[in-house]
Design a protein around this ligand. Sequence first.
Ligand code: G6P
Length: 362
Amino acid sequence: LAARKEGYRYFMEKEIYEQPRVLADILTGRLGEQAVRLDELEADWLRPISSVTLCACGTSYHAALTGSYLLERLARVPARVEIASEFRYREPVLDPNGLFVVISQSGETADTLEAIKLAKAQGLATLALCNVDNSSIVREAERTLLLRAGIEKGVASTKAFSAQVLTLWLLALYWGQARAVLSGERHARELTALRAVLNVMQVQPRVHERLHRLSKRYLHGHGFFFIGRDLFYPLALEGALKLKEISYLHAEGDPAGEMKHDPIALADAELFTIALMARSTFYEKVKSNVEELSARDATLIAITTEDFELADDIIQIRPYDHPMLEFFEMLVVVQLLAMEIAIRLGNDVDMPRNLAKSVTVE
Ligand code: G6P
């Protein structure tokens, strides 16, 4: 078993480091000079579709949320997101001309499988984003985009999540092309960013070392807030989920703008706030949200390119002018942070207590 970890301490660590290779596989054959290609879906199949519903559980749900921002922005198609276990029981009203997208690493999650069956029964077009070919969900779906992430062993999903997000980005762009809704300049900017994404996900030894050192300061306290806006809100949720899964510490992800409506009631020095402060995305607004927390004495860890004097700790990231590049750069940070904290606490990060890799019962 040790050999298969290829020198890494845990499968989770290996899988975090593997992400650039996974993203390269996903882009193979799909990233042209002028356009994105997705051979699995013809433009004619997508064109008549009037809306999209994304449905998933757990980490895959966070990818779905991220995808909803991308699909509305790049394809200009109305997008909504559903947690599979809620969706199937609430007599949902669906757009008969809509596309129902399910996202699942395993392809076997019971609630997600039932959700796609329900959408199919109502006559919607269906698409699965799955990591396992010939899984139950793939067999149910009309169309599939396989994730190409390779086998994921760590119960805490890392490379499957980045694969889901990248695949959704490609889908959004491809759909935007099919509907001709993007300006030439905007389209070119997306393609340039896609070409840069592999480098961004390369773990920088400097950053990993920093997180390793930093982790010892954050083993106690009464909780963690991960906050961000826009695309960085689903990332905040995912950062909190990673930490909870393997460290067993309490964490929550919140939209930074919602702070004042309740989470701020918890703020004090024992509350660790991880602020996802993306230069590309409403930086000043997030900054003022963070300042409010600081005024309540919250302990602040800022993930940012900027200097931020109120932060107790800064995790310096590289500057990018595209939100998705900042997203992937910060994703690596939150994954490694969760892992380093959990390792210091003496936990088996590959086999967290009470959790299963795939949940095939309701
Ligand atoms: C379980 C796993 C999570 C995963 C979720 C959905 O809870 O522990 O890591 O995100 O199921 O799984 P799926 O295979 O459908 O993506």
